[in-house]
Write a protein that binds this ligand. Structure first.
Ligand code: 9D3
Length: 236
């Protein structure tokens, strides 16, 4: 997967992409990430990227020209991979695992990180295929959401995760939250690990974990529980 990330703050990504699973995916050649500062596509002396909105609202917007030029340059760079342009925006659809799965099937993605109060609508209308938000809370820009998206997508690319950590057993894969989990010691601050997990009886352990996952999902995430029940009914 080729990611091109258009941002005014490329430095924000350094730590995140130089560690952990994303780093390993890059080293294995499964993922390539290019950071592009769209301020480099300005032409005035002050390298201006923002301007006041028409209509008189307070705050500033990203100007259309630097963004459209940067998107054009990225498209040219990724020419033979038909890149999708994704804008990280508070107005976008909320990111789900299913969306990450569909984006993971693309060959390349251009991620545009919004800043200030957002961008000129004409850039969105002309160049953006999808607008994605990471949830209903206000952040300062699209950079952290872009990191979230790269992480969620990269884990789904074949060969990125080893067998032991493979995405297949992850929460949301089967639509349920993960059951409670324990490691050593057997007793920690007077609390014992549930006896069943020490029994060695894999079938019973599996049954217990499924019950726990269902109980947790029902109590905490009625939205996921609804979907899960629907699927069970369709499958039977
Ligand atoms: C103060 C302006 N807000 C009016 C309700 C709109 C707004 C504009 C720009 C809110 C946040 C931002 C900056 N955030 C993002 O660019 C952003 C974001 C977010 O804030 N929450 C969740 N996902 C995302 S993706 C990009």
């Amino acid at each position: 997967m080729f990611f091109e990330i258009l941002t005014l703050f490329p430095g924000m990504f350094d730590g995140v992409f130089s560690d952990s699973i994303i780093k390993r995916a890059i080293d294995k050649g499964l993922v390539s990430i290019r950071l592009i500062n769209f301020r480099d596509f300005t032409e005035d002396k002050h390298r201006t990227v923002d301007d006041a909105p028409y209509g008189g609202d307070p705050g500033m917007l990203l100007m259309p020209e630097p963004l459209s030029k940067a998107i054009g340059a990225s498209r040219a760079h990724l020419a033979d991979t038909s890149p999708k342009v994704v804008c990280l925006s508070a107005q976008g659809e909320t990111l789900t695992h299913a969306m990450a799965e569909s984006l993971a099937r693309e060959r390349s993605l251009i991620l545009v990180c919004g800043r200030y109060k957002g961008m000129d609508q004409r850039v969105i209308d002309k160049y953006v295929d999808r607008e994605i938000s990471v949830g209903d809370y206000v952040l300062s820009g699209g950079e952290i959401p872009a990191m979230i998206l790269v992480d969620a997508i990269t884990r789904l690319i074949p060969g990125v995760l080893g067998n032991r950590e493979s995405a297949g057993r992850d929460s949301f894969f089967n639509g349920l939250l993960s059951p409670p989990q324990y490691t050593r010691p057997e007793v920690f601050e007077d609390i014992r690990v549930p006896e069943i997990l020490l029994s060695g009886h894999h079938e019973n352990i599996g049954k217990w974990q499924k019950e726990q996952a269902e109980k947790l999902t029902r109590e905490r995430r009625p939205d996921l529980w609804e979907e899960y029940i629907k699927k069970l009914k369709v499958d039977s």
